[in-house]
Design a protein around this ligand. Sequence first.
Ligand code: CP
Length: 377
Amino acid sequence: MMPAGVALGTIRGDTMRRARLDQIPWADFHKLPLQKKGPYFQQGDGRPYHVIIAQQFERDGLDQLCQLATRIRRIAKSKQGMEFLASLLSHKRAMLDFSQPSTRTFLSFYAACQILGLRVGEVRDPATSSEMKGESREDSVRTFSSYFDMIVMRTPQQGFAERMAWLLSNTERPIPIINAGSGKDQHPTQALLDIYTLQRSFEKVGGIEGKTVVFVGDLARGRTVRSLSYLLTKYANVTQYFVAPEPLQVGQDVLQQLDAARVNYHVSRDFEAVLPLADAIYMTRIQDEWDTEAAESKRIDISQYYFKAEHLKQIKMGTIIMHPLPRRQEIDVAVDHDPRAMYWRQMRNGMWIRTALIATIFGRDQEIASYYQINLK
Ligand code: CP
């Protein structure tokens, strides 16, 4: 693995200049547009080192990750395969630092580490750490880097994972940071598992290209939508719909990135009118944990944006229904039994794509490819 923060990025006007986090002051790095930050998180050969934003992924990297996830999934079906996978990173340790609630992201990273043999430490409640004695979050994370080889981090603080990637890359013990959800802004590994789910679902019908993806719910504050909407720009002729009540409608920053990528999109309040057009419906819950003291979510009626059993008749036979979960009432449990309900498989895909991501960060992807060629091809 390349040293932390050392990347051969493509910077406009200087394709061979190395984009290194340890050679750019924080003040300069922080104000770069997202696309220009991407190369700073990559390794010299283009593999990710830190995983912070969706904007660091290009189409070939997404295809490679999906292919690797599928190979891992198939290798993991046998005891011999599981033993091979568990030998790959048995000399490494991972820290899961989750200062916001999580079930799926935490457990799927935990399971991914187990699959690859990494041993895992965790802090889920800052009340049990020396932050209660006044230690800063930055010092806490730097402490983790003394004991572990990778940090997976969920934080309510927008930009904190990015800040820590820069900070650790400027220490004598740089290690990869994976953003497992930061503030309202990014959830890049959720977007990767969503892409993997879409890719698997549409494998036999031309792939993700040309499909219509409909986002529904709290699009203003949903970080999964922001990251996935960007990754979908890497697939040709995808149309995106954003369906929400006005106060929860998607932000201008998302629409601007779609404009920049010349992507076809529509903003709508009419859930029932859009349903028949969808190839994938991406439901999200209201994110009231971000409410102010005014509890503004309580004044928004989102019941007309719920997917009910009767809506199954209005969607196409091949349409898939996704949800990053957890859900509340956005999807009727009666829908769970329909073969188009993809959210349970989507969640399991998270374990495979996160395993593929960790294996790639630590440069074990080629060994997995070789094992697959010899034993399963
Ligand atoms: N989708 C997701 O991030 O779920 P958790 O909050 O349970 O991790």
